[in-house]
Write a protein that binds this ligand. Structure first.
Ligand SMILES: C[S@@+](CC[C@H](N)C(=O)[O-])C[C@H]1O[C@@H](n2cnc3c(N)ncnc32)[C@H](O)[C@@H]1O
Length: 201
Protein backbone atom coordinates (compact mmCIF):
# COMPACT_ATOMS: atom_id res chain seq x y z
CA UNK A 1 0.00 0.00 0.00
CA UNK A 2 1.43 3.34 -0.98
CA UNK A 3 0.94 6.35 1.25
CA UNK A 4 2.39 9.82 0.89
CA UNK A 5 2.15 11.12 4.44
CA UNK A 6 5.65 12.10 5.39
CA UNK A 7 9.30 12.04 4.43
CA UNK A 8 10.58 8.71 3.32
CA UNK A 9 12.43 6.95 0.57
CA UNK A 10 11.98 6.83 -3.18
CA UNK A 11 11.64 3.79 -5.39
CA UNK A 12 14.01 0.95 -4.45
CA UNK A 13 16.83 0.47 -6.97
CA UNK A 14 16.82 -2.77 -8.95
CA UNK A 15 17.41 -5.58 -8.33
CA UNK A 16 14.79 -5.74 -5.57
CA UNK A 17 15.63 -7.85 -2.50
CA UNK A 18 14.01 -11.28 -2.46
CA UNK A 19 12.02 -10.77 0.74
CA UNK A 20 8.33 -11.58 1.02
CA UNK A 21 7.89 -8.92 3.73
CA UNK A 22 8.43 -6.23 1.13
CA UNK A 23 5.56 -4.61 -0.75
CA UNK A 24 6.09 -4.41 -4.54
CA UNK A 25 4.01 -1.22 -4.69
CA UNK A 26 6.28 0.49 -2.18
CA UNK A 27 9.41 -0.83 -3.84
CA UNK A 28 8.20 0.58 -7.14
CA UNK A 29 6.90 3.96 -5.97
CA UNK A 30 8.77 4.69 -2.73
CA UNK A 31 7.74 4.54 0.92
CA UNK A 32 6.66 7.79 2.56
CA UNK A 33 4.82 6.32 5.53
CA UNK A 34 5.51 7.32 9.12
CA UNK A 35 7.46 4.15 9.93
CA UNK A 36 10.90 3.51 11.43
CA UNK A 37 13.62 3.10 8.83
CA UNK A 38 13.99 -0.63 9.48
CA UNK A 39 10.43 -1.09 8.18
CA UNK A 40 10.88 0.76 4.91
CA UNK A 41 9.11 -1.04 2.05
CA UNK A 42 7.56 -3.64 4.42
CA UNK A 43 3.88 -4.48 4.05
CA UNK A 44 1.63 -3.40 6.93
CA UNK A 45 0.97 -7.07 7.66
CA UNK A 46 4.70 -7.84 7.93
CA UNK A 47 5.26 -4.86 10.24
CA UNK A 48 2.37 -5.90 12.49
CA UNK A 49 3.65 -9.49 12.60
CA UNK A 50 7.10 -8.28 13.60
CA UNK A 51 5.67 -5.99 16.31
CA UNK A 52 3.41 -8.81 17.52
CA UNK A 53 6.47 -10.99 18.06
CA UNK A 54 7.87 -8.56 20.63
CA UNK A 55 5.02 -6.57 22.17
CA UNK A 56 5.30 -5.49 25.80
CA UNK A 57 2.74 -6.84 28.30
CA UNK A 58 1.47 -3.30 28.87
CA UNK A 59 -2.06 -2.27 27.90
CA UNK A 60 -3.40 1.25 27.82
CA UNK A 61 -7.04 2.20 28.08
CA UNK A 62 -8.86 5.49 27.73
CA UNK A 63 -12.42 6.52 28.34
CA UNK A 64 -14.16 7.85 25.25
CA UNK A 65 -17.40 9.62 26.02
CA UNK A 66 -16.95 12.69 23.84
CA UNK A 67 -14.51 11.60 21.12
CA UNK A 68 -11.61 13.22 22.93
CA UNK A 69 -8.98 14.44 20.44
CA UNK A 70 -6.28 13.07 22.77
CA UNK A 71 -7.09 9.46 21.95
CA UNK A 72 -5.16 9.63 18.69
CA UNK A 73 -2.13 10.89 20.53
CA UNK A 74 -2.44 8.09 23.10
CA UNK A 75 -2.61 5.55 20.27
CA UNK A 76 0.46 7.01 18.56
CA UNK A 77 2.48 6.86 21.79
CA UNK A 78 1.20 3.36 22.52
CA UNK A 79 2.50 2.32 19.12
CA UNK A 80 5.88 3.89 19.88
CA UNK A 81 6.13 1.86 23.10
CA UNK A 82 4.83 -1.26 21.32
CA UNK A 83 2.15 -2.00 23.87
CA UNK A 84 0.11 -5.19 23.71
CA UNK A 85 -3.16 -3.35 23.17
CA UNK A 86 -5.08 -0.10 23.33
CA UNK A 87 -8.58 -0.15 24.81
CA UNK A 88 -11.20 2.46 23.97
CA UNK A 89 -13.98 2.50 26.54
CA UNK A 90 -17.35 4.04 25.75
CA UNK A 91 -18.11 5.32 22.28
CA UNK A 92 -16.87 3.07 19.52
CA UNK A 93 -15.87 5.94 17.24
CA UNK A 94 -12.81 7.86 18.30
CA UNK A 95 -10.97 10.82 16.85
CA UNK A 96 -8.20 9.28 14.77
CA UNK A 97 -6.55 12.50 13.70
CA UNK A 98 -3.67 12.50 16.16
CA UNK A 99 -2.93 8.81 15.60
CA UNK A 100 -1.18 9.59 12.31
CA UNK A 101 -2.22 6.17 10.97
CA UNK A 102 -0.32 4.39 13.78
CA UNK A 103 -3.50 2.49 14.72
CA UNK A 104 -2.90 0.22 11.74
CA UNK A 105 0.10 -1.25 13.50
CA UNK A 106 -1.39 -2.13 16.86
CA UNK A 107 -4.45 -3.77 18.31
CA UNK A 108 -7.25 -1.42 19.32
CA UNK A 109 -10.08 -3.00 21.30
CA UNK A 110 -13.43 -1.56 22.23
CA UNK A 111 -15.40 -1.97 25.46
CA UNK A 112 -18.90 -0.58 25.89
CA UNK A 113 -18.28 0.57 29.45
CA UNK A 114 -15.78 0.46 32.28
CA UNK A 115 -17.36 -2.66 33.74
CA UNK A 116 -16.76 -4.57 30.50
CA UNK A 117 -13.16 -3.39 30.38
CA UNK A 118 -12.61 -4.32 34.04
CA UNK A 119 -14.05 -7.79 33.41
CA UNK A 120 -11.71 -8.25 30.45
CA UNK A 121 -8.69 -7.15 32.53
CA UNK A 122 -9.67 -9.46 35.39
CA UNK A 123 -9.95 -12.35 32.95
CA UNK A 124 -6.43 -11.61 31.73
CA UNK A 125 -5.12 -11.31 35.29
CA UNK A 126 -4.11 -7.71 34.61
CA UNK A 127 -4.14 -5.13 37.40
CA UNK A 128 -5.72 -1.86 36.28
CA UNK A 129 -3.92 1.29 37.38
CA UNK A 130 -5.68 4.59 36.91
CA UNK A 131 -3.64 7.58 35.87
CA UNK A 132 -5.17 10.81 37.13
CA UNK A 133 -4.61 13.46 39.73
CA UNK A 134 -7.86 12.87 41.59
CA UNK A 135 -8.10 13.08 45.39
CA UNK A 136 -6.62 9.94 46.91
CA UNK A 137 -4.22 9.34 44.02
CA UNK A 138 -0.60 8.61 44.85
CA UNK A 139 2.55 9.78 43.01
CA UNK A 140 3.56 7.79 39.95
CA UNK A 141 7.16 8.84 40.42
CA UNK A 142 9.39 6.15 41.91
CA UNK A 143 6.47 3.75 42.24
CA UNK A 144 7.14 0.22 40.98
CA UNK A 145 4.69 -0.65 38.21
CA UNK A 146 3.70 -4.25 37.46
CA UNK A 147 5.27 -5.55 34.27
CA UNK A 148 1.92 -6.83 33.02
CA UNK A 149 -0.75 -4.25 33.69
CA UNK A 150 -3.28 -1.87 32.16
CA UNK A 151 -2.99 1.89 32.57
CA UNK A 152 -6.35 3.66 32.44
CA UNK A 153 -6.68 7.31 31.43
CA UNK A 154 -9.63 9.67 31.63
CA UNK A 155 -11.01 12.12 29.15
CA UNK A 156 -9.85 15.67 28.76
CA UNK A 157 -13.20 17.10 29.82
CA UNK A 158 -14.08 14.88 32.75
CA UNK A 159 -11.01 12.96 33.88
CA UNK A 160 -11.44 9.43 35.17
CA UNK A 161 -15.11 8.80 35.86
CA UNK A 162 -16.12 7.45 39.29
CA UNK A 163 -16.80 4.06 37.64
CA UNK A 164 -13.30 4.03 36.19
CA UNK A 165 -11.72 4.98 39.50
CA UNK A 166 -13.65 2.17 41.17
CA UNK A 167 -12.18 -0.32 38.67
CA UNK A 168 -8.61 0.64 39.55
CA UNK A 169 -6.33 -1.11 41.99
CA UNK A 170 -4.75 2.31 42.58
CA UNK A 171 -4.85 5.71 40.92
CA UNK A 172 -1.48 7.34 40.29
CA UNK A 173 -0.77 10.97 39.56
CA UNK A 174 2.09 12.70 37.81
CA UNK A 175 3.25 15.34 40.25
CA UNK A 176 2.92 18.82 38.81
CA UNK A 177 4.83 21.93 39.82
CA UNK A 178 3.01 24.80 38.11
CA UNK A 179 -0.42 26.41 38.24
CA UNK A 180 -2.44 24.33 35.77
CA UNK A 181 -4.83 21.75 37.24
CA UNK A 182 -3.67 19.05 34.88
CA UNK A 183 -1.67 18.22 31.78
CA UNK A 184 -3.47 16.93 28.74
CA UNK A 185 -4.39 13.27 28.60
CA UNK A 186 -2.08 12.57 25.67
CA UNK A 187 0.88 14.07 27.50
CA UNK A 188 -0.03 12.20 30.70
CA UNK A 189 -0.22 8.94 28.77
CA UNK A 190 3.23 9.51 27.28
CA UNK A 191 4.73 10.20 30.72
CA UNK A 192 3.07 7.11 32.21
CA UNK A 193 4.14 4.79 29.38
CA UNK A 194 7.68 6.12 29.68
CA UNK A 195 7.58 5.52 33.46
CA UNK A 196 6.61 1.91 32.74
CA UNK A 197 9.31 1.58 30.06
CA UNK A 198 12.18 2.80 32.23
CA UNK A 199 11.29 0.07 34.74
CA UNK A 200 10.77 -2.81 32.33
CA UNK A 201 12.81 -2.31 29.14
C1 LIG B 1 -7.44 17.19 31.69
S1 LIG B 1 -7.28 15.80 32.78
C2 LIG B 1 -8.74 16.10 33.71
C3 LIG B 1 -8.94 15.58 35.09
C4 LIG B 1 -8.28 16.15 36.30
N1 LIG B 1 -8.44 15.18 37.39
C5 LIG B 1 -8.78 17.50 36.82
O1 LIG B 1 -8.87 17.63 38.04
O2 LIG B 1 -9.01 18.43 36.08
C6 LIG B 1 -7.64 14.45 31.66
C7 LIG B 1 -6.83 13.19 31.85
O3 LIG B 1 -5.45 13.44 31.67
C8 LIG B 1 -4.68 12.65 32.57
N2 LIG B 1 -3.91 13.56 33.46
C9 LIG B 1 -3.82 14.88 33.35
N3 LIG B 1 -3.00 15.39 34.26
C10 LIG B 1 -2.55 14.36 34.99
C11 LIG B 1 -1.63 14.22 36.10
N4 LIG B 1 -1.02 15.27 36.64
N5 LIG B 1 -1.40 12.98 36.57
C12 LIG B 1 -1.98 11.90 36.03
N6 LIG B 1 -2.85 11.97 34.99
C13 LIG B 1 -3.12 13.17 34.47
C14 LIG B 1 -5.66 11.79 33.33
O4 LIG B 1 -5.76 10.51 32.73
C15 LIG B 1 -6.95 12.57 33.22
O5 LIG B 1 -8.07 11.73 33.34
Amino acid sequence: MTGVDGPGVGPHPQPWPDDERLDPELLAHGDHRNVADRYRYWTVEAIVADLDSRRHPLHVAIENWGRDFNIGSVVRTANAFNVAGVHVIGRRRWNRRGAMVTDRYLHVHHHDDVEAFAAWAAGEGLPVLGIDNVPGSVPLEHRPLPRACALLFGEESTGLTPAAQAACEAVLHITQHGSTRSINAGAAAAVAMWAWAIQHT
